[in-house]
Design a protein around this ligand. Structure first.
Ligand code: NDP
Length: 253
């Protein structure tokens, strides 16, 4: 089924409106997984498999678009799809199995919300790449592409490095929490979330298209409230939590 560009634009605006609604909601209710997980949100699934099943649709849908619909030979689009898949390969197949969350669970509600988000977001992205994208080879030397690419990789590095530090705060058998110290943790509670935000800001700049912008808005709608909830949680849990630390943006928020 072909979607005309005008209808695609309507879907884009509806999708962004939902993100704004979710942002307001998440400022009031912390998404119940990780440290905020709770059985009051219904049936639970093992944390590792919850992450795997939640993130797998993004990779699967993008690979489907790549092999079934990408008829144009466009290096820029292939690189964009490659960056998207790089992130999701880690998030689906590596990240969940590095977590030291033995015995911890997440609500199925969270897993299904994640699946819905990933299916919708990746469909919008993949459809755009395979039906509307029109990048010439000159785009690869455009300032926006190069600056976005640098920001994407800086964000990816910060995200992976800080997730790694957090994961290694525990021994394999432990499940409790410690105060992370040093590096960007001296400035903010959640450099991993800041890194992810930078990644998708970079991606939106290097793609300069509607679905990548929508993905960035959705990421901000999810991660800014999550970082604020983590930050408040740290301050309540640890009396000696460094008072100068911010949540997600150094010196600001
Ligand atoms: P957290 O920082 O809460 O947790 C990351 C891992 O480190 C978890 O295993 C957690 O354990 C452990 N951990 C965190 N802090 C401590 C601590 N102080 N002491 C000991 N262990 C700790 O990350 P999130 O769950 O919020 O996010 C995980 C990843 O997913 C991030 O990279 C984030 O960017 C990404 N993400 C992306 C979203 C998007 O919209 N694009 C949305 C949400 C997340 P435990 O699970 O037991 O808390």
């Amino acid at each position: 089924m072909l979607i005309p560009f005008s209808s695609y634009q309507v879907i884009f605006y509806v999708w962004i409106s939902i993100a704004l609604f979710v942002f307001v909601l998440l400022l009031k209710i912390a998404a119940p997984y990780g440290r905020h997980s709770s059985a009051k949100w219904g049936p639970l699934i093992d944390n590792h498999y919850g992450w795997l099943l939640m993130e797998l649709p993004a990779l699967a849908v993008m690979i489907f678009f790549f092999f079934h619909n990408l008829t144009i030979d466009n290096l820029a689009v292939e690189l964009m799809i490659g960056l998207f898949c790089l992130h999701y390969f880690n998030r689906t197949f590596i990240f969940p199995f590095r977590l030291r969350t033995r015995g911890k669970k997440m609500p199925l509600l969270i897993m299904f919300s994640g699946i819905f988000f990933n299916l919708s977001n990746t469909f919008l992205m993949g459809y755009y790449f395979t039906h509307f994208a029109n990048y010439g080879t000159a785009w690869l030397t455009d300032f926006r592409f190069i600056a976005g690419l640098c920001l994407f990789f800086a964000g990816l590095w910060i995200n992976w490095k800080s997730d790694n530090i957090l994961i290694h705060l525990r021994k394999r058998t432990e499940t409790d929490y410690k105060i992370p110290r040093g590096w960007l943790f001296s400035l903010i509670s959640c450099p991993n979330l800041m890194g992810e935000l930078m990644e998708w800001a970079g991606f939106a700049i290097l793609c300069w298209n509607m679905p990548a912008l929508a993905f960035f808005i959705w990421t901000a709608a999810n991660l800014i409230p999550r970082a604020m909830a983590h930050h408040t949680w740290y301050k309540n849990k640890f009396e000696d939590y460094p008072p100068e630390r911010k949540a997600i943006i150094p010196y600001l928020l």
